[in-house]
Unconditional design. Sequence first.
Length: 100
Amino acid sequence: MYDYMKALQKRFDCQEHSKLDAQIKSAHEELRRDMDTAGRRKLLRLLDTQNTLLVEATLMSFTAGFKLAWGMAKELEADGLYSFEREEEEHICRPAEQED
């Protein structure tokens, strides 16, 4: 199910973050210039770990939302599927039935 959720998320979550990507690249270049090799390694390890955590949290959130929507759909289906046409017919027929 994990792979299926990742595929669904990839399909529906396609936001562009070009400004943020540019800021990240700029900060990365500054750090590369200003830090020694050991400091860069530590920082990059920290950022990789943080990015992995963010990806996992995002997927968990997407999965939770999907499960919630699925549960709501099942609940609505159990109550009978909604039909706008049926509701309109009932709305029109009710006054006619009350007159009889």
